[in-house]
Structure formats: C-alpha cells, structure tokens
Design a protein around this ligand. Structure first.
Ligand SMILES: [Zn+2]
Length: 248
C-alpha cells in the first residue's frame, strides 16, 4: 500500500529529474478536448460500479508544471485524434446522404507513437491517486518518449461491430489488474475502443477476456496491435479514414 498523503504531493515523473517547484492542476483527461463533457471511469480500485464524473472533479495535482508542459505534444495529438473522429463521423453522414459514387479519399493522419504515449500518460494520471498507482520508472520513461514500449506492450485497436459501438462523445477508462498491479486498460475514445497493454508479454491473442463495465460479466475482445486505420465506407468503397502512422 502506498500512502496517498505522500503520493498526492509528488509529481509522477519525478524519477526523471528536472521537476519544477510548482505542481500543475493536471486534468486526468486532456482538458482542451472535453471541456464541458462528463467522462466515465470504471474498473478503478476506488469505484466498483462505473460512474460518470464531471471533468473538474478529476483535476488532480499529479504532475509538476515542467513535466506537464513536456507532454503538450502528446496532448495535442489526442485533441487531433478526437477532432479527426468527430470530423469523420460528420463526413460520413454527409456522404451517405448523397448519390452513390466513388468519393475522393480523405485521410486524417495521426501519429501512432504519440497517441500511444497519450493513452499511457492518461492511465498513469487516472490511477495515480488510487491504491494501485503505476509507479514504474520504465513506464514513466516510455510516457515521455525516452524509450520505446516493450515489443508486445502498447496500443491495440479493439474491433467492435457497428451495432456494439457506443455513441458516447467522451472518454472512458477501465483498467485491469493482476495481483493488484495495473497491467492495462481498455479505453473508449469517442465510441472507438482501444486497449493499452503494459506487460511485455502482451495480451492473449487473438482473443482476450476482459471484465465489462459492471465488473462481474466478462467479454471477449479481439485486439489488433498498432492498428493501421479506422476506415469509413460510403458510396463505392472507402470514403475516408483515420490513419495511424507508426513510422515503420
Ligand atoms: Zn515533475
């Protein structure tokens, strides 16, 4: 057990050195993206039942100003990802409503490694003041781009058939633990689901069992490592896509 009183005062990136004196009021979920939205948090040790909380209530003092600023490019990428998903949805409605034709393909590029780091940073933030904080200097270094994820760890896409997709314009985080240690989380990001896996062994493939929002019932998901794109079909073929660039 970690004393929460102690944890509350510390920046979670202090193991990197270079902390500033001031602690920022870091929002667990990047502020600019969901200013007036509610976010849903579940699977965390402090809440058995999923619950929605106002963003203001999730403002936590978990990073110093210097380390918070160092993650700005990562936050910007998450805002870009949210914008791309919203714009893709809007464009899909427009194109589906028109004559069936072959549309000019539009690509919304997203930097894969950066968005992957945003999910890691967000999970560290969200669990920091719980009974199972992620206090692993190696993961902190990864969040700051100082070293890469282990080969099978990192971001996975989760395929959901259209009828199962949530139309929830916000983000939810559901972490899972092994022997009290957080080893990963599923995220719903504007209705699109992703899995962040921290352990180097990676998730069970091709199918993995995860707890659902209500804890007891589990479901089987099919994770795809480093997804390439989220494609949208309209007219004769793919109309547009959010494309993850992994620099390989
Ligand atoms: Zn710091």
């Amino acid at each position: 057990m970690v004393s929460n009183n102690q944890a509350q005062k510390k920046c979670w990136a202090s193991c990197l050195g270079g902390c500033s004196d001031k602690i920022s009021r870091e929002h667990t979920i990047t502020q600019a993206m969901f200013l007036d939205k509610e976010i849903e948090v579940s699977g965390m040790p402090w809440c058995v039942e999923p619950k929605k909380v106002g963003l203001a209530n999730l403002t936590m003092k978990v990073l110093c100003v210097a380390h918070n600023s160092a993650l700005s490019p990562v936050d910007e990428e998450a805002v870009k990802f949210a914008d791309a998903l919203r714009e893709s949805f809007r464009l899909l409605q427009v194109r589906l409503g028109q004559e069936r034709k072959r549309w000019t393909f539009i690509k919304f590029p997203i930097d894969g490694p950066r968005i992957e780091r945003w999910f890691l940073k967000t999970l560290i933030n969200a669990t920091y003041q719980t009974e199972s904080p992620i206090e692993d200097s190696s993961l902190v270094e990864i969040a700051f781009g100082r070293k890469p994820f282990e080969p099978n760890a990192g971001l996975y896409g989760v395929y959901d058939p259209p009828e199962k997709r949530q139309l929830f314009d916000g983000i939810s985080v559901s972490s899972f633990t092994v022997r009290g240690r957080v080893v990963g989380a599923t995220f719903s990001f504007l209705g699109f689901r992703l899995l962040l896996y921290l352990d180097k062994r990676g998730p069970e493939l091709p199918f993995m069992e995860v707890g659902t929002e209500h804890g007891r019932i589990s479901e089987i998901i099919e994770p795809t490592y480093h997804p390439l794109q989220i494609g949208y079909q309209a007219g004769k073929g793919t109309s547009h896509a959010v494309v993850f660039q992994w620099h390989t």
